[in-house]
Design a binder for this molecule. Structure first.
Ligand code: MRU
Length: 357
């Protein structure tokens, strides 16, 4: 598929046209494919918080669209008053989930546009912000395709690739990051099979990764999270590739809870551990991963499976949704602008400062 062609069969979890945003409810997959309509920023904020939409790049795209809804509905003729209200809208969207930096990146891009154009009329600002939200949406899928091409050479023909969580089309505007690399390797003619960790407690691997790979006819085998070490010890995994929610300047990687465990296991078994993420996931303002805010989610995600109670009433629960993998365990970081390996501090800065090729 060339970067310019539109593949209408491709999975795109967010649709945005005619002033309406539709999102595929990822809480209900794979049992049901339900789309919801959104037309205001409060609705989009709730969709991000409740994980109708999830995955770092997809959250960024949704936030940009939500910010535009908020902007569109501000009633004033004064650009300064408009900007003050717009900042409040962005603050509501920013308060939904703390770890994925793409959310803040997208909101900052929307705010910078408004800030840089305060000499324009409110109507012009609103039109410009709609264009910016559309651009963020369209660019995301295109950069995933570029990222896939940058990374596919890391995956050998015949490789059995372990992935954790869902860093696929469902987690982006389309195509995916970690699964984008796998899609690009398959498109290059390689025979790849994927082992998907189920990813407790939200089951993004079982529900989403398995669903989207099956749909694209890429061979996938589902395992429970605690089976990865066994398969590695049996020589059944050739490499690991995961996405990221935030990457600190030194290459420490925050991703779905359990990623750190997989990285340790990969190191023990001498298996390459790759991370695939767009430049917008790199947070050069943080020196290392200890500064990345880690979201703690509701205990009910662990004590219950739907309506089914799994644990005794009142038991103490911890539910951190992400962990941090130290840079020393990361073999390479694939971005749309190239692959960083070795001295992440220097290389990530260079990639972030470079222009997209
Ligand atoms: O809680 P989620 O489902 O939003 O977490 C998603 C992940 O951790 C993904 O691996 C990450 O966002 C990368 S998605 C391209």
């Amino acid at each position: 598929m060339s970067g310019c062609q539109i593949d209408n069969s491709a999975i795109r979890p967010i649709r945005f046209f005619n002033g309406v945003c539709q999102m595929l409810d990822q809480r209900l997959l794979p049992a049901e494919e339900v789309w919801h309509d959104y037309q205001d920023y409060q609705g989009v904020a709730e969709a991000i918080r409740s994980m109708v939409v999830r995955g770092a790049p997809a959250i960024g795209v949704a936030a940009a669209i939500g910010a535009w809804f908020g902007a569109r509905d501000i009633e004033t003729e004064s650009s300064e008053a408009f900007f003050a209200e717009f900042e409040k809208v962005c603050a509501v969207l920013a308060a939904t989930r703390p770890t994925a930096v793409n959310l803040f990146w997208a909101l900052e891009r929307m705010q910078s546009f408004a800030r840089a154009n305060l000499d324009r009329s409110v109507l012009e600002l609103k039109i410009g912000l709609e264009y910016e939200a559309l651009a963020i949406t369209q660019e995301d899928e295109q950069l995933c395709i570029k990222l896939g091409r940058q990374g596919q050479h890391l995956i050998a023909d015949g490789a059995r690739v372990l992935t954790h969580c869902n860093a696929g089309a469902l987690a982006t505007a389309g195509y995916g990051t970690a699964l984008g690399v796998i899609r690009a390797a398959v498109a290059a003619g390689k025979k790849i099979s994927v082992i998907a960790d189920e990813t407790r407690p939200f089951l993004q691997g079982a529900r989403l990764t398995a669903w989207e790979l099956q749909r694209d006819k890429i061979p996938v085998t589902l395992i429970c999270d605690n089976m990865a070490g066994y398969l590695m010890s049996k020589g059944e995994i050739d490499c690991v590739i995961v996405g990221a929610d935030r990457i600190a300047a030194n290459g420490d990687v925050a991703n779905k809870i359990g990623t750190y465990t997989v990285a340790i296991l990969a190191r023990e078994h001498n298996i390459p551990f790759y991370v695939a993420a767009p430049i917008s996931t790199i947070d050069l303002s943080l020196d290392d991963g200890s500064q990345i805010p880690i979201e703690e989610r509701d205990a009910r995600e662990i004590t219950h499976l739907g309506e089914q109670q799994l644990a005794p009433e009142g038991v103490a629960v911890r539910n951190p949704a992400f962990d941090v993998t130290p840079n020393r365990l990361v073999t390479a970081i694939v971005t749309e602008r190239g692959v960083a390996q070795g001295d992440y501090l220097q290389q990530l800065k260079k990639l972030a400062d470079s222009r997209t090729g």
